[in-house]
Ligand binder design. Structure first.
Ligand code: UDP
Length: 343
């Protein structure tokens, strides 16, 4: 099977590429290396079944030529990370809307099966106990970049669904909830690599806001097999499917767990959102997935608990010191710039 992975040098994409190559696929990665890294694919550089193309999903001709040669496409390329999105809203909108349109157009033209990666951000501020795929989207102002990102991903889904109904594009949509694991960098604001990196360095862990906001973190090693199974399950065509973690945890508890799991002597500092993010940021208090649709379709069960996730992220950071160095430089810069309230 010839598989194209857009965004394959990124955190989730590179784990997907590992799994696809291990399963015997011939894999082509299209990535502009804006947030992805070639180091994530270093193990495959001499693999004859692996091809890397540096380029953008905004290049419609390039996308078309790569899709034409593929049997299936995983579309993961996107501007991701709340920090990146609020700092570069225009670039994010262009990539996430026009880039995805190019992928949809090419997959339709060549009738190639597509799995589109979307996000739990589409639910916005809906804080219900369990977000099913039919849940309402509660978005803040369109002038706040976090919500324009959520709107853009929602438009991607609507585009995909329209291509499915009007042109018969074989497409499935997945909504990923806080996927975490080794290779995720804290550069774009993601909380788990940030906190674990700080704990390993003996720096104070930065908890934004009051720390009572919650998330359900899912482990990339649970998510990747689910992506592959969904791309092979016809019942998922024309559907959006949640993939998230099972355990709801507050960010303050997450910080405490990160300290315990790494054996760190670090403390915790609370940082106001206004100091942590550019204008345009607004947090959601809670985001809890209902995974029952994925359970029914492919038997999805998120098995990896928070402590194990933190342990694996810590192991990953210890074995890739450049990621850790980068985190620490950022952490120190931001520490100098901010008034802190010590716990
Ligand atoms: N967060 C934090 N400290 C950090 C980075 C993030 O407290 O160093 C918070 C952030 O404000 C949010 C939560 O952790 O409430 C999850 O942030 P992330 O960007 O990882 O995911 P998302 O907000 O997209 O769920």
């Amino acid at each position: 099977m010839k598989t194209l992975v857009t965004g394959g040098a990124g955190f989730i994409g590179s784990h997907l590429v590992d799994a696809l190559l291990a399963a015997g696929d011939e894999v082509t990665v299209l990535d502009d290396l804006s947030t992805g890294r070639l180091a994530n694919l270093a193990d495959h550089i001499i693999d004859s079944g692996f091809h890397f193309v540096e380029g953008s999903i905004l290049d419609a001709r390039l996308v078309d030529s790569l899709v034409a040669e593929a049997d299936r496409v995983f579309h993961l390329a996107a501007a991701v990370g709340v920090k990146l999105i609020v700092e570069h809203p225009l670039e994010s909108l262009r990539t996430n809307i026009h880039g995805t349109e190019n992928v949809l157009e090419a997959c339709t033209a060549h009738h190639v099966r597509l799995l589109l990666a979307s996000t739990s951000e589409v639910y916005g501020k809906n804080e219900s106990d369990s977000l099913s795929e039919e849940a309402d989207r509660i978005l803040g102002s369109a002038l706040k970049s976090r919500w324009s990102y959520a709107a853009a991903k929602g438009i991607d889904e609507s585009f995909a669904y329209a291509y499915f109904t009007e042109y018969g594009l074989p497409v499935s949509i997945v909504r990923l909830f806080n996927t975490v694991g080794p290779r995720q960098t804290g550069r774009y604001g993601m909380v788990v690599p940030n906190l674990v990196g700080q704990a390993l360095a003996g720096d104070s862990l930065t908890v934004f806001g009051d720390g009572r906001q919650t998330r359900c973190f899912s482990y990339v090693g649970d998510i990747v097999p689910a992506l592959i199974r969904l791309s092979e399950t016809d019942e998922s065509l024309g559907q959006a499917v949640n993939l998230g973690g099972a355990q709801e945890i507050s960010i303050l508890d997450l910080a405490s767990r990160a300290i315990d799991v790494t054996g760190s002597s670090s403390g915790i500092v609370f940082v106001p959102y206004s100091e942590a993010y550019a204008p345009g940021y607004e947090d959601m208090r809670r985001r809890v997935p209902d995974n029952s649709k994925a359970a029914g379709l492919i038997g999805f069960v998120p098995r990896t608990g928070v402590d194990e996730i933190l342990q694996r992220v810590a192991d990953g950071l210890r074995s890739t010191p450049h990621l850790n160095d980068e985190l620490m430089i950022r952490s120190r810069q931001s520490r100098q710039a901010r008034a802190q309230v010590m716990l």
